[in-house]
Design a binder for this molecule. Structure first.
Ligand code: ATP
Ligand code: MG
Length: 275
């Protein structure tokens, strides 16, 4: 009897998850081989840029150990609960956000085992009140761990955007991650070449830290489309630490342009006259 009830609950959750996902037109995950290459930075700026373009966007932070999205967006509100369902936190009129970082207190650590992570991700997808959306962006921790695996088992994505820096060692990890994504039956849409060059703060000239053709070399090595080349912008670190994204707070900058370029490339890839 107990088992039947449990099975019924699992079926109901699966049904809610499927119904929720059907109402979201495009689902894009941000992933990398290496840690600290800029996934969350890309996810946050991409989501804000899409929302500014008028799309209905949700940003779902699936980095359960290190949820950095709330800090980068300067979010302090906790999600409310309505009839047992989580209400995602709003960020402007077109965007909503959900993250472990706003569900548990800052600096509180949780010991996650694989099955627990899977269940948390299922709850985010099934038991949150998601509205009808144009895009859901998933921020993932680095590598091919439980979070990426659970997401890719539970949701058919439009695809994955891989983030990398241009060093060969980072590229090696991208190749491994690409293989993982394909083995999970999902598509890689392209890559973002992050921290690729520096704009000199004195003369404004571009300094190609990794050589002029880093993007081309990367494309050739990886065999993937470069969706955007993003400069290394020292000011960005402080801005994001203070909850200020580049789209709204660094208007007219090279870095804002780079993230908008990424969004244009992605829209061209996934959007098929559905508006
Ligand atoms: N283009 C950039 N210019 C300058 N700083 C950047 C850039 N991209 C990211 N950063 C900074 O690098 C640090 C790491 O970025 P971020 O947290 O986005 O990486 P991540 O890949 O999500 O890391 P993790 O693997 O831990 O989740 C942050 O302090 C961020 O502000
Ligand atoms: Mg991150």
């Amino acid at each position: 009897m107990e088992t039947n009830k449990r099975l019924e609950q699992i079926r109901e959750r699966q049904k809610r998850l499927e119904d929720n996902m059907k109402r979201i037109k495009h689902k894009i995950a941000i992933l990398s081989g290496k840690g600290g290459v800029g996934k969350t930075t890309v996810a946050v700026n991409m989501a804000v840029a899409l929302a500014e373009e008028g799309f209905k966007v949700a940003l779902l932070d699936l980095d359960l150990h290190g949820p950095n999205v709330p800090r980068m967006l300067g979010l302090h509100d906790s999600p409310t609960i309505q009839n047992g369902f989580i209400v995602p936190v709003r960020y402007g009129p077109n965007m909503s956000v959900l993250s472990m970082g706003i569900l548990v207190e800052e600096a509180q650590s949780i010991a996650w085992r694989g099955p627990l992570k899977h269940s948390a991700i299922q709850q985010f997808l099934a038991d949150a009140l998601w509205e009808d959306l144009d895009f859901m962006i998933f921020d993932l921790p680095p590598g091919t761990g439980d979070e990426a695996m659970s997401l890719m088992q539970l949701v058919k994505l439009d695809g994955v955007v891989l983030v990398t820096t241009p060093q060969r060692v980072a590229v090696d990890d991208v190749l491994r991650t690409m293989q993982f994504v394909q083995e999970m039956g999902q598509e890689v849409l392209g890559f973002v070449n992050n921290m690729a060059y520096l704009v000199c703060p004195h003369c404004g000239n571009r300094i190609d830290i990794f050589g002029e053709d880093a993007s081309t070399t990367l494309s050739e090595l990886i065999g993937l489309e470069c969706l955007a080349t993003v400069p290394l912008e020292p000011k960005l670190v402080k801005m994001l630490d203070a909850g200020k994204n580049a789209i709204m707070h660094m208007r007219g900058s090279e870095i804002e342009r780079a993230f908008r370029q990424l969004v244009s490339s992605l829209i061209a890839k996934v959007w098929r006259d559905e508006r």
